[in-house]
Design a protein around this ligand. Structure first.
Ligand code: LLP
Length: 870
């Protein structure tokens, strides 16, 4: 025994099962990696059982061997397969161990002999099983040679397939199932043999001792069977990605690693599209309550996903959104079927007869619609046509394809519906063929046209985060994004925020003097302004002052060369009081009284109109003047329905169908439309939006003739939830430059508010009291919706931190509430924070936009004062 070898294990030491897939066992460096990982588990004091797949490509090569009718070709195929193993042995500088030599001899014999003796299916199963038999034999030799004595175990001696109803010879031999219960005898037998073992995934034996295959997801399932048999401490699945994600990372690079899931959730995510794990492999672990850990072989330092028995200590959250393509819907219509005994049974008999398994079902008085999932069915058009023609005998059939099923997964979906309003609204623009809510309350599925999903899923993922339905702030559940782990980098939210490190002490000192206080960090305002100035396509930038009218901010933005967009005489006056006379001004009111326009026209501001009324009734006020016309492009966008300013449900903008009437009135009064304006909403994170607005405005401007500039509004969003991606300003510029190239004769104006100031402001407040109520814990602070109404009004999300205890572990789950006499006075719900004490300073981030300006004297609580940090 070498001096640092771990002490021998005693009887009853726990087991860890580690499974490695095809690519993880195909090269020498990968095996060296396996050796390290296995010894680290052994060093934890565990017995280790390694379960391996065949070397990558070998299972396919074996299948091809099986497909050859010609013996010579089969032998050739055998030789190529054997050579792959010899090559790897060569790299390992190992001679072929007897276990492998024996397998190779048997495979050669099987290739020579063909299926005649054993029968096609049994022969094919045995041939294919050799992939794993060989890789495990090779692995045992390598690990033992590398100083980790490893026993080779034949999985067929441990895993016995069970007979199932409706099983034919094919499923029995090629898609077998095992009932794995803790088996103390196996445990005892192995304990006597050693400490580290290696066996095969994918294979088992049946009642006549023939070799059978476990079908899809086979090796992972084997690992689970062994985990259950040995009642292991855990089963580790080592693969090429760190675990399960909140969406398919190939579709949604911002998808977050799911660090903890319960069996049912993980199974649901696996069944509705995630490829990392086969849904089948979780059920063996449930009863013995063996946890599963998914890990990245190349990045063992990453946390991975732990799947185990249900954990209840987290806020309810949607865990993932997935999409399955290739779904076929079969809609069956029959008058008077409702509650007719046997109708459904007749219909489903046809599905059974065609070997098709049904996934989703929805029914109405005269219609039943079901979906067929291609992963569970061989769905070629012939199979569907044959089914349809049989069904036509009992009802009217319509086949709708290709469709896709979009599924949101989370424990207790029904209790989260209220958080999904914006997400559901998104489906309002689409053809939804079927909606289904699983009876286990774990998923909500929408079947839509397949063509829309690639674009839709990333958007929905973003909206779920923005709506606080996917609680990415819970860092115990949601890990880093795929992009930040494997991609070219993503701006990590607020990790470098000014208040976190740079100004923390200053903030604590300010809070010691007085709370609540709004604190604004001018360097952040300037940084944002300079970033926007890199938009070369934009001819004139205005700051929408409604976001924050603090004079120091107005002054700083004037210095950065911004103009100002104002919506009331009050805002105009506040701006004019502090900025130089050269700064351009816009006046874009809505339903303002006549005198506001009359007064604004006495200033240098460009005045905009957004209805017929002013010209119809107060034409003389505008006579001979140039104005800006705000139009409604028929749709609104933004982080919440209350901030969407387009479409007939919104009071803003002149509908385009009234344009001619407006132009006639303008003509009558000698009014010239010099600018066109549209602003569709606030908190938009899709760069394409502004390009579309420019194009639409340009085409309207072409009809008018007198237009010189197009104001495409503001609305530039800043991500508020961890993991949301920032607006890509370079991409925005690119988009704008393209559309501008098509209509180069218009000036391009913008008027963002939030983007400039949101991150620059924080609200500091102090802990007053705490209260426990049932399983809820309330953390009281000394201000609430009177200072910051956005959470109550828009369910807006603001990061909340305990500034006093920034470095302490966040172990409590709080509802952070203010002192206002309203149930809606909740600044943040289900926030994970350190245990707080009275007097702790709590900081509410991103409060620079629409914070103080929307504050009220409600309950006559003192308003938060404002402090500027230069
Ligand atoms: N232009 C017009 C005509 C606007 O109505 C607005 C905002 C903006 C520009 C600036 O939008 P921004 O870039 O800040 O998104 N209180 C809500 C936002 C309401 C925005 C009202 N209009 C919030 O706290 O999210």
């Amino acid at each position: 025994m070498s001096p640092n070898a771990p002490a021998p294990l005693s009887a009853g030491a726990p087991w860890i099962v580690m499974k490695f897939g095809g690519t993880s066992v195909a090269t020498l460096p990968r095996w060296q990696n396996i050796r390290e990982l296995v010894s680290s588990r052994r060093a934890e004091g565990a017995r280790v059982l390694v379960v391996v797949s065949a070397l990558t490509g070998i299972t396919d090569a074996l299948k091809q061997l099986c497909a050859q009718e010609d013996k010579g070709k089969r032998i050739e195929a055998y030789q190529a397969i054997a050579q792959r193993h010899y090559d790897l042995l060569d790299h390992m500088q190992l001679a072929a161990p007897e276990t492998l030599a024996e397998r190779l001899r048997e495979l050669a014999r099987l290739a020579e002999e063909g299926p005649a003796l054993l029968g096609e299916l049994a022969w094919s199963a045995l041939v294919q099983a050799h992939g794993e038999l060989m890789s495990s034999a090779l692995g045992a030799a390598f690990l033992s040679h590398a100083g980790l004595p490893t026993q080779w175990v034949d999985a067929r001696e441990c895993l016995a397939a069970i007979a199932l109803p409706n099983q034919n010879e094919r499923t029995k031999l090629l898609s077998a199932m095992v009932e794995a219960k803790p088996d103390p005898a196996l445990n005892a037998r192995l304990e006597k043999l050693g400490e580290v073992f290696i066996t095969q995934g994918f294979i088992a034996r049946e009642s006549q001792s023939r070799t059978v295959l476990l079908g899809r997801g086979g090796s992972d399932t084997s690992a689970s069977y062994f985990g259950a048999l040995l009642k292991a401490q855990r089963v580790e699945i080592w693969t090429d990605v760190a675990g399960m994600f909140t969406a398919n990372p190939r579709q949604v690079p911002g998808a977050r690693l799911l660090q903890k899931l319960d069996y049912e959730e993980a199974q649901e995510i696996a069944s509705t599209g995630a490829k990392v794990l086969h849904p089948r492999c979780l059920s063996p672990l449930r009863e013995p309550r063996v946890p599963m850990l998914i890990k990245d072989t190349n990045r063992p330092e990453l946390e991975g996903t732990v799947i185990g028995p249900e954990v209840r200590e987290h806020a309810p959250s949607v865990k993932a959104i997935s999409a399955r393509k290739g779904i076929t819907l079969v809609s069956m219509e029959s008058v008077g079927m409702w509650q007719q005994v046997g109708f459904l049974s007749d219909v489903f008999a046809h599905f059974k007869q065609h070997g098709l398994s049904v996934d989703l079902i929805s029914s109405a008085e005269t219609n039943v619609t079901v979906s067929l999932d291609p992963t569970e069915n061989l769905l070629d058009s012939d199979a569907v046509a044959a089914l349809a023609s049989d069904l036509a005998k009992v009802c009217r059939v319509k086949v709708i394809a290709p469709c896709a099923a979009i599924t949101m997964v989370g424990r207790g979906m029904r209790s989260m519906l209220h958080t999904l309003s914006s997400v559901l609204a998104e489906f309002g623009q689409l053809r939804v063929h079927l909606i289904s809510q699983s009876s286990n309350n774990l998923n909500l599925t929408f079947v839509v046209d397949e063509s829309v999903v690639d674009e839709l899923v990333p958007r929905l993922h973003e909206m779920l985060i923005a709506a606080g339905a996917l609680r990415t702030d819970d860092s115990a559940l949601f890990g880093p994004s795929w992009q930040s782990l494997y991609g070219s980098g993503e701006t990590v939210m607020a990790a470098d925020a000014w208040w976190r490190a740079e100004c923390r002490d200053q903030l604590l000192a300010l809070a010691a003097e007085a709370t609540p206080r709004y604190v604004y960090h001018l360097p952040t305002v300037r940084r944002q302004a300079r970033e926007l100035k890199t938009l070369t396509a934009v001819d004139r930038m205005h700051y929408a002052v409604k976001a924050n009218t603090h004079p120091a901010i107005l002054r700083a933005l004037a210095e950065e060369g911004f103009g100002f967009e104002c919506v009331s005489p009050g805002e105009l006056k506040a701006v004019m009081a502090v900025v130089p006379e050269t700064a351009p001004l816009l006046f874009t009111p809505n339903f303002a009284p006549r005198e506001d326009y009359a007064w604004a026209l006495t200033t240098r501001a460009a005045v905009s109109l957004d209805s017929l009324y002013p010209l119809e009734h107060w034409g003389e006020v505008f006579r001979g003047r140039e104005i800006v016309l705000r139009v409604d492009l028929g749709r609104g966008l933004g982080h919440h329905e209350k901030v969407r300013t387009g479409g007939s449900g919104s009071k803003f903008g002149l509908p385009v169908d009234q344009l001619d009437a407006f132009l006639r009135l303008a003509d009558t009064h000698g009014v010239v439309v010099r600018g066109l304006h549209a602003h569709l909403g606030s908190g938009i994170l899709d760069v394409k939006h502004w390009g579309e607005v420019y194009s639409q405005l340009a085409s309207i401007a072409e009809r008018i003739g007198s237009v010189a500039f197009l104001d495409i509004g503001g609305g530039l969003g800043v991500p508020s939830h961890p993991g949301e991606a920032r607006l890509d300003i370079a991409a925005l510029d690119e988009t704008l430059r393209k559309v501008k190239a098509a209509y180069p004769h218009y000036q391009l104006w913008m008027e963002p508010g939030r983007y400039l100031v949101a991150d620059a402001g924080a609200l500091i407040t102090r802990v007053t009291q705490q209260k426990g109520k049932g399983s809820w814990r309330y953390l009281g602070v000394d201000t609430g919706m009177n200072s910051l109404i956005r959470p109550a009004l828009y369910d807006a999300w603001h990061e909340i931190v305990n500034l006093t205890r920034l470095d302490e572990a966040a172990t409590a789950l709080y509802q952070v509430v203010g002192p206002i006499c309203e149930s809606g006075d909740v600044i943040g719900s289900d926030r994970r924070l350190p245990e707080a004490r009275e007097g702790d300073v709590v900081l509410i981030a991103q409060a620079g936009a629409y914070g103080k300006v929307m504050a009220s004297p409600y309950n006559l609580r003192d308003e938060a004062e404002e402090v500027i940090l230069e």
